[in-house]
Ligand binder design. Structure first.
Ligand code: HEC
Length: 291
C-alpha cells in the first residue's frame, strides 16, 4: 500500500470521528448507497463494476472518492466524499470489495432509487445528501414512514422536520441544474436558529448511527452537547435526547412560532424558554409534537 498524506479538513475529521475503527458497511450506507447499488447502475456504477475497476487499487479508490471526475457520458457528477475521511474511505473500500465478490452486474433499472420499494425502503434511515435551506454538510433522517428531518452538521443544528414521504432524489441525480434533494411531504417544524443562541460558536465533533438513528456530538462554546433522535410513539413528531456538559444553568430557546408543541422531562419550559440546572442538563428528553 502506498503511503498517503492524511487529509486535514475540519469537516473531514469531524464527520469521521469515532472512538472505534470505522465501520465500512455503515459508512457506505450513509454516504454511498443512495447512488451505488450492488449489481446495477442507478445514479452511479454498480459495486460489481466498481470492483472490476478498483480491485487491488485502494489508493485510487480513495483518490477518486475525494476528487471524483466526469467520466461517464449521461451520468451526473459524483459529489466529493472528502468529509468521510481517508480512514473511512478505506473501510468503505474493504466493504465494497467484500460484498461485490463474484457479483455480476445486471442491466440498468429505471426509476428513483429513493422511492419506496420493498428492497430500498429502510426505516429509520440516515442519508448524507444536499438538502434545501441547509448547509452542504446536511443529513436527512427518516425516523419512520411519516416523520423526517434535516440536521445540519455545518451549523450543528436541526433545520426543519417534515411529514409525508422522505426525499425524492431525482433532481439530485438527474443533474438538471439542481443538486438538491426534494422533500416529499410538508415541512411542519422549522428551527430558525440554534436553541443555544444565535451567535454561539459551534464545532461539530461527529455522529454515530445505531439501529439507523443518529447521535450528533458538538460543542457550543465550552459546552459539550450530545443529541440523539428517535421517533415518537404515535402521531407526528420526533424525540430529542440531549446530554449537555455545562457548569452554568442552561437556557434553550424554542420560539413558539416554530410549529411544534414541546414537552420536556426536566427543567422548566415557559414561553418557549427551557431552563435547566447543570444536573438536569446532563440528561433530558424533549418531545416535539407536530400540529
Ligand atoms: C449523489 C450520487 C453519488 C454518491 C452519494 C456517491 N457516488 Fe460514486 N459515483 C456517482 C456517479 C454519478 C458516478 C459516475 C461518474 C462518472 O462516471 O462521470 C460515480 C462513480 C463512482 C466510482 C467509479 C469511478 C470510476 O473510475 O469510474 C467509484 C469508485 C465511486 N463512485 C465511489 C463512491 C463512494 C466510495 C461513495 C461514498 C463514499 C460514492 N461513490 C458516493 C454518484 C455518487
Amino acid at each position: 500500500m502506498l503511503p498517503m498524506k492524511p487529509i486535514f479538513l475540519t469537516l473531514a475529521a469531524a464527520l469521521s470521528v469515532s472512538s472505534a475503527a470505522p465501520d465500512g458497511k455503515q459508512l457506505f450506507t450513509t454516504n454511498c448507497s443512495a447512488c451505488h447499488m450492488l449489481d446495477q447502475m442507478v445514479v452511479g456504477p454498480s459495486l460489481a463494476e466498481i470492483r472490476s475497476l478498483y480491485d487491488g487499487k485502494a489508493d485510487e479508490f480513495v483518490k477518486w472518492s475525494i476528487a471524483p471526475q466526469k467520466k461517464r457520458p449521461g451520468a451526473i457528477e459524483m459529489p466529493s466524499m472528502v468529509h468521510v475521511g481517508e480512514e473511512g474511505l478505506r473501510a468503505i473500500y474493504a466493504h465494497v470489495m467484500e460484498v461485490s465478490k463474484g457479483v455480476v452486474a445486471k442491466k440498468q433499472e429505471k426509476g428513483d432509487p429513493f422511492a419506496a420499494s420493498p428492497t430500498r425502503t429502510v426505516r429509520p434511515q440516515v442519508q448524507r445528501i444536499f438538502m434545501p435551506n441547509a448547509s452542504p454538510a446536511s443529513i436527512a433522517l427518516a425516523l419512520d414512514d411519516t416523520n423526517s428531518l434535516c440536521w445540519d452538521a455545518g451549523t450543528c443544528r436541526l433545520r426543519y422536520a417534515w411529514t409525508g414521504g422522505f426525499i425524492d432524489g431525482f433532481p439530485y441525480w438527474q443533474g438538471n441544474g439542481s443538486s438538491l434533494a426534494k422533500i416529499t411531504g410538508t415541512v411542519k417544524y422549522t428551527e430558525v436558529a440554534s436553541p443555544f443562541g444565535k451567535g454561539a460558536a459551534v464545532k461539530f465533533l461527529g455522529y454515530n448511527v445505531k439501529g439507523g438513528l443518529p447521535t450528533f456530538r458538538y460543542k457550543v462554546g465550552e459546552q459539550m452537547v450530545t443529541e440523539a433522535y428517535s421517533p415518537v410513539s404515535e402521531g407526528e413528531g420526533f424525540v430529542r435526547s440531549f446530554a449537555v456538559v455545562t457548569k452554568a444553568p442552561l437556557v434553550l430557546d424554542f420560539p413558539a412560532e416554530s410549529g411544534a408543541a414541546i414537552t420536556t422531562d426536566k427543567g422548566k419550559l415557559e414561553g418557549g424558554k427551557l431552563t435547566l440546572t447543570p444536573a438536569e442538563a446532563a440528561a433530558f428528553i424533549l418531545t416535539f409534537s407536530l400540529k
